[in-house]
Ligand binder design. Structure first.
Ligand SMILES: [Zn+2]
Length: 310
């Protein structure tokens, strides 16, 4: 939605509340006090954010358990922020959001962004990827190592690829749908990055049994050549095979997702701290998985706003 469409759709805050509430309670609501089920939504007259029980006359906030629970901001600002995040292919920074919303504090804008990302991260793809998937890893974020810097300038060229100090992210893409699931992969207790077990657990989480898994030559993927609980079939892409795509043996789908992630990280965010990297990755995956912005927004309100303590 562009800005004009947005304000046509939500001319008043109550319109925004109606949209949020009707998405959240599309199957009706249960009074938290008496347990009475309501199929029609009754708003409290003096405060549209409150719902009303027709039976015991009690009232309660419609926004409990959502990312909007503790907000004093006009809810149109939240929907506007959600819309901005969803249409910005490379993402949007806290500073940009602060400017767009005319907010006084950067902290407030960053907190908003963080909650939106966490909501996006609640989407689950558990046991849904099937047929052919590609798995690959990439390295993002991180500043140069201390010992490699002198007065803030890197003295050694930072290592690239698998020898780097950046944080690995593992991603799986379902070939037929293009859906992506990605996880930040912290080193294990022994400090080993990207162990076979770690890679396998990412696959186990999202893939159905008997899925064909395309990988590159990273040694850890060797775990897929042994017996796996979900009976995965492993296709390892040779170096030269990358150039002969006719047979469908490639990991290009996931690699092009990494290109978008990296453009976002380096273009918009400059540095993503390791602490917030998973949230950023969740945001990026969510956008790739929901290309239609209207659907993305409704879906996000339906799923993501639950169970996130503000
Ligand atoms: Zn009641």
């Amino acid at each position: 939605m562009n800005h004009i469409e947005f304000f046509k759709r939500f001319p008043t805050e109550n319109d925004a509340i109606d949209f949020i509430v009707s998405t959240k309670y599309k199957n009706g609501y249960v009074c938290p006090k008496c347990g009475c089920v309501h199929h029609k939504i009754y708003h409290q007259k003096y405060n549209h954010r409150y719902l009303y029980c027709n039976n015991c006359k009690s009232e309660f906030s419609a926004l409990t358990g959502t990312i909007f629970e503790h907000t004093h901001l006009d809810l149109r600002m939240w929907l506007f922020a959600l819309n901005l995040v969803l249409i910005a292919r490379k993402g949007i920074s806290g500073l940009q959001l602060q400017r767009e919303l005319g907010m006084k504090s950067y902290k407030g804008a960053f907190r908003m962004l963080n909650l939106i990302r966490r909501a996006m991260g609640t989407e689950s793809h558990k046991d849904t990827f099937e047929a052919i998937v590609e798995i690959d890893e990439t390295y993002v974020g991180g500043k140069p190592r201390k010992e490699n810097t002198h007065k803030g300038k890197a003295t050694k060229k930072a290592k690239r690829g698998r020898g780097t100090n950046k944080t690995p992210v593992v991603g799986v893409v379902e070939r037929s749908s293009g859906r992506i699931h990605a996880k930040v992969a912290f080193p294990n207790k022994e400090g080993k990055k990207l162990s076979g077990k770690q890679l396998l657990s990412v696959l186990n989480e999202v893939c159905k049994k008997n899925t064909t898994v395309m990988t590159d030559q990273l040694k850890s993927y060797g775990i897929l050549d042994g017996k796996t609980d979900k009976n995965f079939y492993h296709i390892k892409i040779g170096h030269s095979a990358v150039y002969s795509l006719g047979d469908g043996k490639h990991t290009n789908t996931i690699e092009s997702c990494w290109a978008i992630l990296k453009r976002g990280v380096y273009g918009i965010y400059h540095h993503v701290s390791v602490k917030h990297l998973q949230e950023y990755v969740d945001e990026f995956c969510y956008r790739l998985n929901h290309r239609d912005v209207d659907e993305a927004l409704t879906n996000l309100l339906g799923l993501g706003i639950e169970n996130i303590a503000a």
